[in-house]
Design a protein. Structure first.
Lengths: 382, 342
């Protein structure tokens, strides 16, 4: 058995770790690329959302590397992703791929079904104690990864050379992917923290008076916000435009609530979002629609300068959220922009919108500053 | 008289038209060019510069250059622009300089349409058409030529309509077949054209203008604003007067010129990076290749002038654009540092 799984941002590092610590053969599919998307789009119904198309592309590319079993999370509720595991199995079967598909779903009533599937994946040799230990370690790594990602969010607008920050991020991910000890995980995070601090100190001595960057909160459908290929690298792009981003959902936060049912909160717990959303949207609408609204409210209350919502074309829960967000915008006087992505999304269009949006947030501040300096000059002259 | 010979140049290279504006330091427009891009932005930029050169004196000096439009990066590289800005900011800056009270800008260009909401002279919200280009200039062009009329006649004919017919405007393909259907039923040409204008306006307000607080004064800019039929349909639908500013068709370029003035004029020591008015005579070339460095497989574009590499872009990681001249990316950064330092 060779297990593979769909990509979603950095999730591969966590999933690979989990299977490797159980000595299960795992195939990490090639990273999401135009090729992946083209392969997947050919097999997908046109109206399906972007994640399905990318998932299928991942499986086709993994099949070339010998994968024969897919593991995917399922879900309950109105989001279509919940049954993608089954849909994908049938599409692949029709296309001539004989994949075994294992869908891991949150337990509904009895734990037996989930336990059976985990046992199937882990094989006979692994004890339950070992499985739990592996899950705990993968979870720790996931939290560490999210911390690194958030450090990079903060570093991008502050470190001068974009290429440098991206290289740092890449090598941090490599380090985290390779280490198999808790100490190694902690060291990697500390290494990133220290590198950023050193670099920043070097910059500050050269160039004083560095202003506080703009802060934008990213909310929306989990796959598109976690996966930089789907969001056309929006976080990196905003970083280059001098913006510090934060995100409503991080991988471990989602795993914590979705799989561990809140026993472990993960990085940036999503537990408080329904409470924040309540005045605007009082109930579950499927997917992460409720979290999107709640996170938008939370970002607004925390004084963020702007909020960007991203979702794949035809995502129902996010469409519900998108129709509620103008109320949030009005209540908190915070500009909210919605970006919809699919296989036709062009980089140039997103770029223009991001630049215009950052200008929208920045120009009032710049104009204010220039008026102040002029007054200052007049003051000295008079 | 020296003052008269100094200008700020604004260039807006869009999908359909390439516009250039020469702005005097006293904020009046010396020259405005509206050229068709015809899919050859590099040549058209050069032709435009040649044209401008022939219209101004030998001693004329360009103090600063701003570039905008979908080919802003290309234009900035060829010209050596001091400011590179997106179309939304450029249009908003131009409108609020022309009339500081403006609260809404409707802009319909060749292939995109946008709405910009301003409050107190600052952009507070905006939207662009996302997945559909129905109702933009290109479609109107296409329909005019199908009906055998000049695009300039389209609007005047449409306002003659007595009973505009109702046309499905959600999709340009369906709009076309609906128009043909109405034509075959015997409706008059003005009624069909007016119906199309109304359909386009409804479509615009439902898609781009959705959830936007449209308050007057309202500016209507972009090439399509030349069409009085569309203006009339907007006025009827919104129940408010629509103002078409004097330089409606080159507002993006005008905004870019103002931005150049802001940037270069803000400090006396600033010098423009403009490559000079003789760039119309040099030879530019563009070539592209697929980078094989990683799975992203970026399409990298390289611009050369007389065989010398000017800039590269298109890569996500910055490997190629940093290696090249990367004027635009770095100038954006410098600008930020400078403005913040000020």
């Amino acid at each position: 058995m060779k297990v593979t799984f769909p990509h979603m941002g950095n999730a591969w590092i966590v999933i690979q770790t989990l299977f490797e610590s159980l000595n299960v053969d795992v195939v990490v599919p090639p990273f999401n690329s135009k090729r992946t998307l083209n392969l997947g789009t050919k097999l997908s119904p046109e109206s399906a959302c972007l994640p399905l198309k990318l998932n299928l592309g991942n499986y086709l590319e993994a099949a070339n590397a010998g994968a024969d079993t897919i593991v995917i999370t399922g879900g309950i509720g109105p989001c279509r992703f919940g049954y993608y595991g089954e849909v994908e199995r049938q599409i692949l079967w029709d296309a001539g791929y004989n994949y075994e598909v294992v869908t891991l779903e949150p337990p509904d009533g009895s734990l037996a079904g989930l336990a059976k599937r985990i046992r199937f994946l882990a094989g006979r040799k692994n004890s339950w104690a070992k499985i739990l230990k592996a899950m705990r370690f993968a979870y720790l790594k996931s939290v560490a990864l999210d911390r690194v990602e958030d450090l990079i969010h903060a570093a991008r607008p502050r470190l001068s050379h974009p290429l440098y920050t991206e290289k740092l991020y890449e090598s941090a991910k490599q380090r985290l992917a390779q280490t198999m000890t808790e100490k190694g995980v902690q060291d990697a995070v500390r290494w990133v923290q220290e590198t950023i601090r050193e670099r920043q100190e070097g910059l500050n001595s050269m160039n004083e008076g560095s202003n506080k960057p703009l802060r934008i909160g990213i909310v929306g459908e989990i796959y598109t916000i976690l996966d930089p290929f789907s969001s056309v690298g929006i976080e990196e792009e905003l970083g280059r435009l001098g913006v510090e981003v934060d995100r409503s959902i991080y991988l471990s936060g989602w795993v914590g609530s979705h799989i561990f049912r809140g026993i472990a909160p993960g990085y940036r717990s999503i537990r408080s979002y329904p409470r924040h959303a309540k005045p605007f949207l009082p109930h579950f609408v499927g997917g992460h629609g409720l979290e999107t609204v709640g996170a938008a409210v939370k970002f607004a209350r925390e004084g963020y300068d702007g909020i960007i919502q991203i979702f794949p074309l035809s995502c129902m829960p996010e469409i519900v959220a998108a129709s509620v967000l103008p109320k949030v915008q009005e209540t908190y006087k915070i500009p909210i922009m919605t970006l919809i992505v699919d296989e036709h999304t062009g980089h140039a269009g997103i770029q223009t919108r991001l630049e215009a949006y950052v200008d929208l947030l920045e120009r009032p501040r710049l104009l204010r500053e220039s008026i102040q300096t002029r007054e200052g000059v007049l003051g000295v002259g008079g | 008289m020296l003052v008269d010979d100094k200008y700020f140049l604004g260039v807006d290279v869009g999908s359909v038209s390439t516009n250039m504006v020469l702005l005097r330091p006293d904020n009046t427009v010396k020259e405005a060019l509206y050229l068709r891009t015809q899919g050859r932005p590099m040549q058209i930029i050069q032709e435009g510069i040649k044209l401008l050169r022939s219209k101004i004196g030998k001693s004329a000096e360009i103090m600063g250059v701003g570039a905008t439009g979908s080919a802003r990066q290309l234009a900035a590289t060829l010209l050596g622009a001091d400011v590179v800005k997106n179309e939304i900011t450029a249009h908003a800056v131009a409108a609020s300089r022309v009339n500081p009270q403006v609260q809404t800008i409707l802009e319909i260009g060749g292939q995109d349409s946008k709405i910009i909401i301003l409050r107190d002279g600052v952009v507070s919200d905006f939207a662009m058409n996302t997945v559909c280009a129905a109702g933009t200039g290109s479609f109107l062009d296409q329909q005019a030529s199908r009906l055998g009329i000049k695009i300039e006649e389209f609007g005047p004919l449409a306002i003659e309509a007595k009973n505009p017919v109702r046309i499905a405007g959600r999709c340009s393909v369906f709009a076309e077949s609906d128009m043909i259907h109405k034509q075959q039923l015997g409706h008059s040409l003005p009624d069909i054209l007016a119906g199309l204008c109304q359909a386009m306006v409804r479509n615009y307000l439902n898609n781009v203008g959705k959830n936007k607080d449209i308050k007057g004064p309202i500016f209507f800019q972009g090439g399509v604003a030349a069409n009085p039929g569309i203006c009339k349909a907007f006025e009827e639908e919104l129940g408010q007067p629509i103002i078409v500013p004097e330089n409606y068709d080159v507002m993006g370029a005008l905004g870019a010129a103002y931005l150049a003035q802001e940037k270069v004029g803000s400090r006396p020591g600033n010098r423009t990076r403009f490559r000079g008015l003789d760039l119309g005579e040099t030879h530019f070339q563009a070539k592209s290749f697929d980078c094989t460095g990683c799975a992203n497989r970026c399409e990298v574009v390289e611009i050369t002038q007389d065989g010398r590499s000017l800039a590269r872009w298109g890569d996500r990681c910055g490997k190629w654009s940093v290696a090249g001249a990367a004027d635009t990316a770095i100038s954006g950064l410098e600008q930020k540092v400078e403005q913040r330092g000020a």
